[in-house]
Design a protein around this ligand. Structure first.
Ligand SMILES: [Zn+2]
Length: 246
């Protein structure tokens, strides 16, 4: 667990920086640190550290951290960072996640595992086939709008049951029961453009959701300023690999 222990020097630096910024006592909603603090702390971070002990400050840094974590997950060398009592105490009064991951509800696609992260690292939003509506969009907006989270990842995945059920229902013109039919309706456009190929439909839907989020009123100006990226990825259930789609 040595590599996972918080670095006391970083804590001292963080605390000083936070006090200087005057936000330790007051906090902003969840008491997130400023971007400047994150940069300062990261400079003091040993280069061989694998756990995301300090928040990545830019979209590219956030993506690099997720990619590294996924590589560990794929290789069977996951370090399970930020999953101990120290971390629980560390984030008890404030959180500052470095990414929003918007994924399917599928039990085999847990974002914290897939990216080898822990408590306080990710905002996770999950719906069947990562379909969106205003409520879900609001949940995705929270991190970037309120604490400056620099990255939103839309995570589609291989063998998605929700996409498969929707494709079958649309193909057979058979309405799914309850609100499941609403999910199928949300996937109709991707179904049409996929020609009925479920894996293609999964990828098309993921990119569609990225494009919808990019147009979001809160996201668009942040994206234009380079403060936020919205990206789409595909998760292989067979290998554990996350591949960038867009
Ligand atoms: Zn799924």
């Amino acid at each position: 667990m040595g590599a996972q222990q918080p670095d006391p020097d970083i804590h001292v630096i963080n605390r000083r920086a936070l006090l200087r910024a005057g936000i330790l006592a007051g906090g902003i909603l969840t008491g997130a640190a400023s971007a400047g603090t994150a940069v300062f702390a990261r400079t003091a971070q040993p280069s061989n550290r694998t756990a995301p002990d300090q928040r990545a400050a830019t979209p590219d840094q956030a993506w690099a951290t997720l990619r590294e974590g996924n590589r560990r997950w794929v290789n069977g060398t996951a370090t399970h960072p930020h999953q101990d009592a120290d971390r629980r105490r560390e984030v008890a009064q404030k959180q500052n996640p470095f990414a929003v991951v918007f994924s399917c509800i599928d039990s085999r696609v847990s974002p914290e595992l897939v990216f080898d992260t822990g408590l306080g690292d990710l905002f996770v939003v999950r719906t069947a086939a990562q379909t969106i509506d205003p409520l879900v969009t609001g949940a995705a907006e929270y991190g970037p709008a309120e604490v400056g989270t620099p990255l939103v990842v839309v995570l589609g995945h291989q063998r998605c049951g929700a996409v498969t059920a929707a494709a079958e229902s649309l193909h057979e013109h058979k309405k799914l029961p309850g609100e499941l039919s609403t999910i199928a309706s949300a996937l109709r456009s991707a179904y049409t453009r996929s020609g009925g190929d479920v894996d293609k439909m999964i990828r098309i839907n993921t990119v569609d959701v990225v494009n919808q989020l990019k147009k979001d009123n809160l996201f668009a100006p942040r994206i234009a300023k380079g403060k936020l990226k919205v990206i789409g990825v595909y998760y292989s259930i067979d290998t554990g690999t996350v591949t960038r789609l867009v």
